[in-house]
Each structure stands twice: as C-alpha cells, then as structure tokens.
Write a protein of this length. Structure first.
Length: 359
C-alpha cells in the first residue's frame, strides 16, 4: 500500500497498535482517537489527551507519530480535553485542569508542596497558575518572591484582576491584596465570600493547570473551593507521623463525600539526610504516607525529603525545582510528573467511559 492509498480508516486501524497501559486497551478502542483525516502525505489526528506535558501522554503521542512514520506519512497532532460534565466549561473556561493541594493539619509543608508542584509543572513546559486559597496563611507570594500588586483591567464593562507572574507562574493570593503585617482575622463567611469573589474576578486566561493551595483542615474554605471550582483532582500532603496521617485520612474522606477525585498522597519530610555523615534519619517516622494511601485505596505519589535547601529556597523566593540538580529537586520534579500522569489517567478513563456509553 502506498502513501496515497492510506485512508482515514486505514490509519485509524493502524493506531490500534498504540496501547494505553493505564486503561488496559488501545487508544482507538478507548475512544482517545477523536478524529483522523488523511490528506495526501499528511494526516491530522486529534487525541483526547487532557494532561499537557504528562510523561505518559507524551509517550502515547510519540507512538502515534511512529505509526504515522511507519505508514510513510507526516502527522499533525492536536489534543482535546474531555470535560467531566457540561457545566465545567462555564467556570474558569480557559483552565484545562484544577489541582487542589490539601492537608488534614497544618505544619506538614502543604504550601511548599503546592509551590514546587506548580513550578515543576511549569518546568515541564506547561502553562500554570497558582491560586493561594490559604486565606489565613497566605505565604505563597513570599515563597515565590512575588510582591507586585495585581493590575485591574476592565473587560466588557467589568473589572478583572490580572494575576502577576512569578517564575513563569500566574499567581493570585490574598497575600497580594493586604499589607505584609496585616493579620487576616476573618470569620468563615467573610473568607468564603472573599474566595468566591476571587474565583469570579481573576482573569487567568488559558492555563494547562491551576494549582490551588487549600488551607489545612476540613472547614468552610475547603468546601467553598470544592463547591465552586471544577476541581480535577486533589493531592493530599502528609508527614509520616501518626498524628498527621490520622488528620489526613479525614481529609481524604471529605473529598470522597464531595465526589472529588484524589490523585494521590504525597509524604513530605520523609527523612533527613545528614550533610556531614550522609546517614538518613527518619525524624517523623517512616512510611506513614504509603500506609495511608494503601488504607484508603488511593495512589501513593512518593516521598519528599526533609532538606534545609527547601526552606532556604522558600525564604529566598526560589522554588527548589528550578536550577538544582540534587535529590530533593529531583523528588519534586518526579512528583510533578506523577501528578500530571494521574490527571491524564482520570481524563482518559472518563473519555473511555463516554465512548463506551451506558452499560
């Protein structure tokens, strides 16, 4: 068969050789090939891939290119994000994926994880926004070295907040709207209303991922986010000790009650490597995060060491994932890749269910 003999149907059949290991089937059977058009020596293929710059989806796209190359044709790939429901596009319409970062209690490094997760996704090439919804401890701007006041523009007669940029991330935080020394003493309804206003007033534009740093616990602010934003999935942060794990378990249960997908559990401060002797010390215990993930049947996203370089980076406004070749930076980069992969699995699985229809 020559290049000019290859039809749309022929190329679609050839794409059945491309497997999606996470779904256990090929991409055509899973409904991930949404359109194939062959015109002479060039094919246009649209794929229902919803996690930009995720390693697994990049591998699928590369396999599609190889199939086209074996057929002797060039291929132009495009991706469409399968929405979970029809209302999702009406909220944050330019944002493909919303990732909430949560913890059952304070002091586990949740904001540090949120900042470095967002920076890690941006480092992979994604367009990323970071929304600091921790209204009572809005310290994300300090961690990014951001102190610029947001600009306000008028769009269609309405004032919109333009988020400033730090390290390639679009950023919005209550910390950018108040003076550094002002305490945030708000009752629950005030905090909820403030966040709701920000949801509606910030002009995020087109983003692959919006990472939302939730306050710790399971209170009104967390519920406001879950009820108002189209959260794709949640990353839950714990430390190894039993007190943190117990509180985190309650947080996971809250997300289940609100039918929010949990992308997985990440264990922070999992071990301290002594810079003098090289020995690892499990200061807060060990394997609490993995044990919790197994107990509640959610993925374990890995562990992050207790490293003074993380604290130093936060103090200096430099996320450790940028410009560092150490093991800690690699662990945060691995976390970003793992989270993107989990987002992709959710999106592709949903597309598979849509293509199969009701059972």
């Amino acid at each position: 068969m020559t290049t000019t003999d290859i039809s749309d149907a022929d190329l679609r059949d050839r794409l059945r050789t491309v497997d999606d290991p996470a779904l256990g089937t090929d991409i055509v059977s899973a409904g991930l090939v949404t359109d194939v058009t062959v015109d002479g020596g060039t094919a246009a293929v649209e794929l229902a891939l919803g996690a930009p710059h995720a390693p697994d989806e990049a591998a699928i796209a590369e396999r599609v290119r190889e199939v086209a190359d074996d057929a002797g044709i060039d291929v132009e790939l495009s991706a469409s994000v399968p929405l979970f429901d029809a209302t999702e596009s009406s909220v944050l319409p330019g944002v493909k994926n919303v990732i909430a970062v949560a913890s059952g209690k304070g002091g586990v490094g949740k904001s540090t994880v949120a900042v470095n997760l967002a920076a890690g996704l941006a480092d992979r090439g994604a367009n990323v926004g970071l929304f600091d919804a921790d209204v009572y401890g809005p310290n994300v701007p300090q961690m990014l070295g951001a102190d610029a006041d947001p600009d306000v523009t008028t769009v269609d007669g309405e004032d919109r907040i333009e988020p400033p940029t730090a390290h390639g991330l679009e950023l919005m935080s209550v910390g950018l709207l108040i003076d550094d020394d002002d305490p945030v003493v708000w009752r629950g309804p005030v905090a909820q209303n403030t966040l709701t206003d920000l949801f509606e007033d910030v002009s995020w534009g087109s983003l692959d991922y919006l990472v939302v740093d939730l306050p710790p616990g399971t209170g009104d602010v967390q519920l406001t986010v879950l009820q108002n934003l189209p959260v794709t999935g949640t990353v839950v942060v714990t430390t190894p000790q039993s007190v943190a794990v117990g509180d985190t378990r309650r947080g996971v249960q809250m997300f289940g009650e609100y039918q929010t997908n949990v992308l997985g559990v990440v264990e922070n401060m999992s071990g301290f490597v002594c810079p003098n002797c090289g020995d690892t010390h499990d200061i807060f215990g060990e394997d609490g995060g993995r044990t919790l993930a197994d107990a509640v049947d959610v993925p374990y996203l890995g562990s992050l060491p207790l490293d003074p370089a993380v604290r130093a980076g936060a103090d200096d406004g430099e996320p450790i994932v940028f410009g560092d070749d150490g093991d800690t930076a690699a662990a945060f980069r691995d976390l970003a890749a793992a989270v993107a992969n989990k987002v992709g699995v959710l999106r592709r699985h949903h597309r598979q269910q849509q293509s199969e229809g009701p059972s």
